[in-house]
Write a protein that binds this ligand. Structure first.
Ligand code: SF4
Length: 338
């Protein structure tokens, strides 16, 4: 069996704050295979971005990883790398922008405003390869062309503020892919774009993943985007995985009440007049994490007792589709006994 490209095992992340330690991610595990797109979905505050940034140790100096947490990167032909064991910034360089690249929601925040887009692309290539400056320049212009930027040689010499929003996002994808990463982390890459540009960027990313054979961790709050893009989906709520499985299976047969709530909140093409059904309430503050099932304070089918006191474990209603919910477990047991 081929080793997963990245294996996240029992990841628990806390932050030191003036109010004490707060838990942002708890006991999260997943694997991502080469050439696979895994969608991480959930509302703001669900821990998606914190999980993704942990893969590159980008969460900042007040981060505390639980000792049991492991993130193993398996680059073909190289020894497995335990990312969280790398303590020095210079050791992380082989990971950041090398084996793993990240694109963000707002590319303007990623490009330095006073350095041309081309110089930033070349600098990254020189850091992560043995190319000459001329080779790095040629490859950067070629990558700008590959992502559909017109007149790439001219654009190479321009600054990010001279690009439109969609073009900036394309340039960031070009920069992220120029080092041929094995894993691309895309954090809400289409949220700041209008719908037509969104579709272009999604098409571009899915084309490039098959061409480059890399894995993509695609983070979004939008299940509709995941339905179009991902092979598998992992739904997160308040730092925990609550449901995971092949994307079609989870969207057709959502089992967790939170996933069902996310799907009910999507507009329906067959009935555009229908009112959307939001999930009641807000995601709780991580300072006040509910006991038991973290979703119980907003769950319309919560049961008195176990939902408030016991953290649900994962069960598999069908192979490969996992759900953490006491009610689903109870119904499965009842079905098996009948
Ligand atoms: Fe709702 Fe209970 Fe299931 Fe949590 S475990 S989602 S509170 S039914």
């Amino acid at each position: 069996m081929t080793a997963p490209l990245i294996s996240v095992q029992d990841l628990t992340i806390r932050f030191k704050t003036d109010e004490g330690l707060i838990t942002a991610v708890e006991n999260v595990s997943f694997d991502l295979a080469p050439g696979e797109i895994l969608g991480l979905v959930g509302e703001s505050g669900s821990g998606k971005s914190v999980t993704a940034k942990a893969l590159m140790q980008l969460n900042g100096g007040n981060t505390v990883y639980d000792p049991s947490s492991k993130i193993i990167l398996n680059v073909p032909g190289e020894a497995p790398l335990d990312v969280l064991s790398l303590k020095r910034e210079k050791d992380m360089i082989q990971v950041r922008g090398g084996a793993v690249s990240m694109i963000f929601q707002e590319p303007m925040a990623s490009f330095a405003p006073a350095i041309t887009v081309g110089d930033q692309m070349v600098e990254q290539l020189l850091l992560h390869s043995k190319m000459t400056a001329k080779e790095a320049t040629d490859l950067s212009v070629e990558m700008l062309a590959r992502v559909g930027i017109p007149d790439p040689a001219k654009r190479f010499k321009q600054y990010a503020f001279e690009f439109s929003g969609g073009m900036r996002q394309r340039a960031m994808i070009a920069m992220a892919l120029s080092t041929k990463p094995k894993l691309l982390i895309a954090d809400e890459p289409t949220t700041a774009l209008d719908v037509t540009i969104q579709a272009q960027v999604i098409d571009l990313m899915t084309d490039l993943v098959s061409e480059f054979g890399m894995g993509i961790l695609f983070i979004t709050h939008d299940l509709g985007v995941i339905a179009q893009t991902a092979d598998r989906v992992a739904v997160m709520y308040l730092g925990r995985h609550v449901e995971t499985g092949p994307v079609r299976e989870v969207i057709r047969n959502p089992a967790h009440p939170y996933t069902r709530g996310l799907i009910d909140a999507l507009p329906k093409l067959e009935d555009l007049e229908a009112k959307l059904t939001p999930i009641p309430g807000d995601i709780p503050s991580p300072l006040n994490r509910p006991s038991g099932c973290v979703f119980h304070s907003r769950c319309s089918v919560a049961m008195e007792g176990p939902c408030q006191t016991l953290v649900p474990g994962f069960i598999e209603p069908v192979p490969g589709h996992e759900v953490a919910c006491h009610l689903v477990e109870q119904e499965l047991r009842k079905g098996a006994a009948e």
